[in-house]
Write a protein of this length. Structure first.
Lengths: 306, 261
């Protein structure tokens, strides 16, 4: 069963189509990432999925239920964390978590809160007002709140924004562990392509309200058919290498001193065969850099195509 | 409606009150200032004339707290969720609008009871005025009807806030005072000019204060108008609940609920 099912979902604000007829599904237990530039429609999509925003048209199903009809069933089994809205400016960390644990009807909420405080390294901050925390600490509170009810579906909207690298890494690890332990579905949006690639099984790209692509990161990388290779050639043979590459029908990007850069097809074993031939010809290298396409490249390519 | 969610929301209001000086201040400071100013003025008037206004004025001040707190607290605790961008978290959780409204109404009532009792004690200490000199039935019915009217006013402002957001937040503090001059809190209905009287006769609060003065003067209390006031209040409450609900749906449609601005 799909945990999230979206069909022909649309939302406009005046003349602006924030979300334009998108459809996708997220399997139960999947870590799904939604990428897109600012204003692409990611947050509008999450807001509709979490019931904060009314859709104009389309259908949403979460855990097999229509949230408009079975909101209590759905909302008791989901949660949302965002870096953009602190839980409260006025409450302390423990107070805020206490309030939401009551709202979600968490059993043994004292123990649960203490566990989460420990997990997110917030124990020493538990009696501090949220407004006095750093943005990274606030985000950790928001994620802790997101896990209070052990949600089956967790929405994480840009939740690692503003975190220190070590805490961000720890958060990613916790998310991954949580997902593995509980088999929960995580719907994740981020600006950081590497973490989406690292965490998410499948990724959706949004542009101007449209979902332009949904696939695994491996398949998405096939959109860019070329791999960039840059090498530094010994013994002043850069010119010879360039001539050899041209014979092999390779696009040479530039040659400068001993440095040669070229593009080669990413698919199949083309790159390995070419490298073998280069070594067989007796070229010696002092440096080699192979740059596989990243999600950033795909993102830029898709944005340009658009 | 689930009680554990209402309890969670009540807990949130309680923490907000104890953590924020503003919310403690408005429970005691302004009513106390009213009590001092009007109390001293009444004492002075009774010294220079035969009129003893003190009990009428103090009774009016203490009972008005129930309208004031009811109205302002519903609006302000709704605004608190806007200020702290908490609507996003609240309404993506299983919290229903009805649970949120019930929690602010209950909390406003608790606060008005505390405020009313504190002012009652202060009035006794300062002016030897015993609020219990109002018959218990009259006091009880008055507190109930005035609170009900306060909630109606508060729901009206809450509905406006859900429609227009924080830019109209000033209404949270000011709206209730529009009805005070017409509610005959400190003077009888007969004291009003004709145009004001035509407004006052439609307000349930007018009859509550008229009866309070009658009770303090030892005259007969007209219980029939209480019933009429209750019916009018009930109808207004129904209208306001529909208004708030429609405003909430509109906030979901426009995105105000998600943005909280």
């Amino acid at each position: 069963m799909n945990a999230i099912e979206v069909r022909n979902l649309s939302k406009s604000f005046g003349d602006v189509k924030a979300v334009d007829n998108i459809s996708f599904s997220v399997k139960k237990g999947e870590f799904f990432g939604l990428l897109g530039p600012n204003g692409a429609g990611k947050t509008t999509t999450i807001n509709m999925l979490t019931g904060l925003l009314e859709k104009d048209s389309g259908e949403i199903s979460i855990l097999g239920k229509n949230p408009d009809e079975d909101w209590e069933y759905v909302k008791n089994r989901m949660n949302v964390s965002t870096a953009y809205f602190p839980i409260s400016d006025v409450l302390t960390v423990r107070q805020a978590l206490n309030v939401y644990s009551r709202i979600f009807g968490v059993k043994d909420c004292k123990r649960k809160i203490s566990e989460l405080l420990l997990k997110f390294e917030l124990t020493h901050l538990q009696n501090r007002r949220i407004i006095l925390l750093s943005s990274g600490e606030r985000t950790r509170v928001a994620i802790a709140k997101g896990l209070l009810n052990d949600p089956e579906v967790l929405f994480l909207d840009e939740c690692t924004v503003g975190l220190d690298p070590d805490i961000a890494e720890k958060t990613r690890t916790l998310m991954r562990e949580y997902q593995k332990e509980t088999g929960s579905t995580i719907f994740f949006t981020s600006h950081y392509m590497f973490e989406v690639e690292m965490l998410c099984g499948r990724i959706g790209f949004m542009m101007n309200g449209k979902l332009v692509k949904v696939d695994t990161s491996q398949n998405l990388k096939k959109i860019i058919r070329k791999t960039n290779v840059e090498m530094v050639v010994k013994e002043g043979k850069a010119g010879l290498l360039r001539d050899f590459l041209l014979e092999e029908d390779v696009d040479v990007m530039f040659m400068e001193d001993n440095r040669v850069a070229f593009e080669v097809a990413s698919s199949g074993d083309r790159i390995y065969k070419l490298m073998n031939k280069i070594f067989a010809r007796g070229f010696k290298l002092s440096d080699l850099h192979i740059k596989r396409p990243t999600l950033d490249d795909i993102f830029i390519t898709l944005a340009r195509r658009k | 409606m689930k009680l554990h969610r209402v309890f969670g929301l009540l807990l949130k209001h309680y923490y907000t009150t104890t953590n924020k000086a503003d919310r403690l201040f408005d429970m005691f400071y302004w009513p106390a200032i009213d009590l001092f100013v009007w109390g001293f003025a009444s004492v002075y008037i009774s010294q220079i004339s035969d009129y003893n206004l003190l009990s009428m004025i103090l009774g009016g001040i203490i009972l008005w707290i129930f309208v004031w707190r009811g109205s302002q607290d519903i609006a302000v605790y709704m605004l608190e969720d806007f200020w702290s961008k908490n609507l996003y978290h609240l309404f993506s959780s299983p919290v229903k609008l009805s649970e949120h409204l019930l929690s602010v109404i209950l909390f406003a009532f608790f606060r008005s009871i505390i405020s009313g009792v504190a002012m009652g004690v202060l009035a006794y200490i300062m002016y030897s005025f015993n609020i219990l000199s109002i018959p218990i039935a009259v006091a009880g019915i008055s507190v109930f009807l005035l609170s009900l009217f306060g909630w109606i006013m508060g729901l009206f402002v809450a509905g406006l806030i859900l429609r227009y957001g924080q830019r109209i937040q000033v209404l949270g503090w000011s709206t209730v005072w529009v009805v005070q001059p017409f509610s005959c809190v400190f003077y009888p209905l007969s004291a009003l000019p004709a145009w004001a009287k035509s407004i006052a006769v439609w307000l349930p609060t007018t009859y509550v204060f008229e009866n309070m003065r009658a009770a303090l003067a030892g005259s007969a209390v007209d219980y029939g108008v209480y019933f009429l006031s209750f019916l009018v209040s009930l109808a207004l409450l129904g209208v306001m609940l529909i208004f708030v609900y429609r405003s909430f749906l509109r906030a979901r449609k426009t995105g105000l609920l998600a943005r909280g601005d």
